[in-house]
Design a protein around this ligand. Structure first.
Ligand code: DGL
Length: 271
């Protein structure tokens, strides 16, 4: 008898966690995935710390009870930087969080000016100060919080056209700051933003400011998950199953069906 391993739960406010699901699937094709999006609470980036800290652990508790995952990934910088400790305290499964990739950005910067592009809630966190102090102490670390890019990423995956011109003002949010024209590495500190990597690269090219390296946490999270699951939990042979779970039924969820299926999430349900 073939008893399937329990799934890995991947959690975000919306489709951003798909930028983490991609590297997890690439590294562990056999693992079963439950992808949970709190669209009823979306967007997190404009919420207060207190709201996130109350909402996320309670919701993850319900999801773990329902789906019994072997491991949970908070594929959301906003939720992780605010609520990771609360979630770990509340759950009895291992929890992997998402940390702004300041360390690799600092390692790759020659100009010693790096940018952190996240949600408004993420870029104001003391957690980001600590990462900058630990890993980028000799760098100028510019920050910009963008709610618009989150909306644009959702729109793109729902089939709408998003262009470089749409995302360009958010790059200017960093390059327009003192020293910003020298920025040569940028942290995509919101999991929605790698979904707009092509548009961001094009916008940078059009700006004429020269090459810009972009880093996000997806590959590192996938390695961490693989390490925690070991050989046994990661699944092998057959491609793992995938389903998406939302916290509210609406037309946007319907519009996302094609994108979800392209990430192997073949069915959608409401929590
Ligand atoms: N994807 C999320 C993050 O990484 C948050 C997007 C939002 O809901 O504002 O921060």
């Amino acid at each position: 008898m073939n008893i399937a391993a329990p799934p890995v739960l991947i959690f975000d406010s919306g489709v951003g966690g798909l930028s983490v699901l991609g590297p997890i699937r690439a590294l562990m094709p056999g693992v079963s995935i439950v992808y949970a999006a709190d669209n009823a609470g979306f967007p997190y980036g404009i919420r207060s710390e207190a709201e996130i800290a109350a909402r996320v652990p309670a919701l993850l508790g319900r999801l773990v009870e329902r789906y019994r995952p072997q491991l949970a990934v908070i594929a959301c910088n906003t939720a992780s930087t605010i609520a990771l400790a609360h979630v770990r305290a509340a759950l009895d499964v291992p929890v992997v969080g998402t940390v702004p990739a300041i360390k690799p950005a600092a390692e790759g910067s020659r100009s010693r000016v790096i940018g952190v592009l996240g949600t408004m809630a993420t870029v104001r966190q003391a957690y980001v100060d600590r990462l900058a102090g630990e890993f980028a102490v000799d760098c100028t670390v510019l920050r910009h919080g963008s709610a618009r890019l989150v909306i644009l990423a959702e729109a793109k995956l729902a089939g709408e056209t998003v262009t470089a011109a749409d995302v360009a003002p958010e790059l200017v949010g960093l390059t327009g700051q003192p020293g910003g024209e020298r920025m040569d590495m940028m942290v995509l500190a919101c999991t929605h933003f790698p979904l707009l990597a092509a548009e961001l690269v094009e916008a940078r090219t059009l700006s004429g400011l020269g090459p810009l390296g972009m880093v996000d946490g997806g590959a590192g999270i996938a390695r961490r998950v693989a390490h925690l699951l070991g050989g046994a939990g990661a699944g092998a042979g057959q491609p793992g199953s995938g389903r998406a779970v939302f916290t509210r039924a609406d037309a946007h969820v319907d519009a996302l069906a094609g994108a979800l299926q392209s990430f192997g999430l073949m069915t959608t349900e409401i929590l």
